[in-house]
Design a protein around this ligand. Structure first.
Ligand SMILES: Nc1nc2c(c(=O)[nH]1)N[C@H]1C(S)=C(S)[C@@H](COP(=O)(O)O)O[C@H]1N2
Ligand SMILES: [Mo]
Length: 251
């Protein structure tokens, strides 16, 4: 295997490891493989949580190590008319909604998000399809936004609702609260020193450096705090998870 799997260490053979070796299309069609992945997944998460500090940082790189080209993957331009109107007006009226199991619902403009505290990190993005790239991301810590809204005691997961879809099925993702409050979980509005490009998820995308690329929701429009993922779409916690990918995609 290549160097990119060294961080997986001891737990590399479980769960998401199997996914990394296969292309998206191939694996989703195979019920048996999906079942195996699901049963291995709880083990992966528990193993990873046992051997690694949940607050440990993913490796950060220096500016010289940044990839000359960072691929765009998945959707590169949402089809939604609402999104296109926001894009045309430079996201001036766009708002990030924060709702669900929160004490105070928020509706935040891009300026409000940009004027908050921010963090810049140079990290390596690993896609399940077998490519990786090192890029620089700047954004507001997700913890800051969640603290402002105040989570209800019953909240267990944070769901990211995106502007794009595949064949009418909206892209969405979810993470648990330990990961939501991780210092490298940021809502990024900047990439490589510039405004986040549309292909990479403008105006706002999640960066979540200890898990695989598909967890990093682009085009985030709404953040919802929930106590269960069952009622959302097919109930597995994400667009790709609903099609067989691991929910806990630790790397
Ligand atoms: N909303 C949305 N988020 C998404 C995707 C997508 O299609 N739509 N693709 C995912 C996948 S599989 C990867 S690898 C990364 C790609 O991010 P990039 O386009 O900035 O490289 O975004 C992830 N987040
Ligand atoms: Mo990906």
């Amino acid at each position: 295997m290549t160097k990119r799997f060294t961080r997986r260490g001891l737990i590399g053979t479980f769960g998401a490891g199997g996914l990394v070796l296969s292309g998206c299309g191939k694996i989703t069609g195979n019920e048996q493989v999906r079942g195996v992945l699901r049963s291995a997944e709880g083990l992966t998460m528990r193993a990873q949580r046992l051997i690694t500090d949940p607050k440990a940082l993913a490796r950060e790189y220096s500016a010289e190590q940044m990839s000359p080209r960072f691929r765009m993957n998945g959707n590169r331009m949402p089809r939604s008319e609402t999104y296109r109107a926001h894009l045309a007006s430079g996201f001036a009226d766009w708002r990030l909604k924060v709702d669900g199991l929160v004490n105070t619902e928020l509706s935040l403009s891009l300026d409000q998000l940009k004027s908050g505290p921010h963090r810049t990190q140079i990290t390596r993005h690993d896609c399940v399809e077998g490519w990786s790239a090192i890029g620089q991301w700047t954004g507001i810590p997700l913890s800051h936004v969640l603290d402002r809204a105040g989570l209800a005691a019953s909240a267990r997961y944070i769901v990211f609702h995106c502007a794009d879809d595949f064949h009418g099925n909206p892209y969405y993702e979810s993470i648990d609260l330990i990961d939501a409050f991780h210092p490298q979980s940021i809502l990024a509005w900047g990439m490589n020193g510039e405004t986040l490009p549309v292909g990479h998820g403008a105006p706002l995308r999640l960066r979540f450096e200890r898990q695989l690329g598909y967890k990093h929701a682009k085009y985030v429009m709404r953040i919802e705090a929930v106590d269960s993922l069952d009622a959302i779409a097919r109930g597995k916690g994400g667009y790709w998870e609903d099609r067989g990918y691991a929910w806990y995609a630790g790397i």
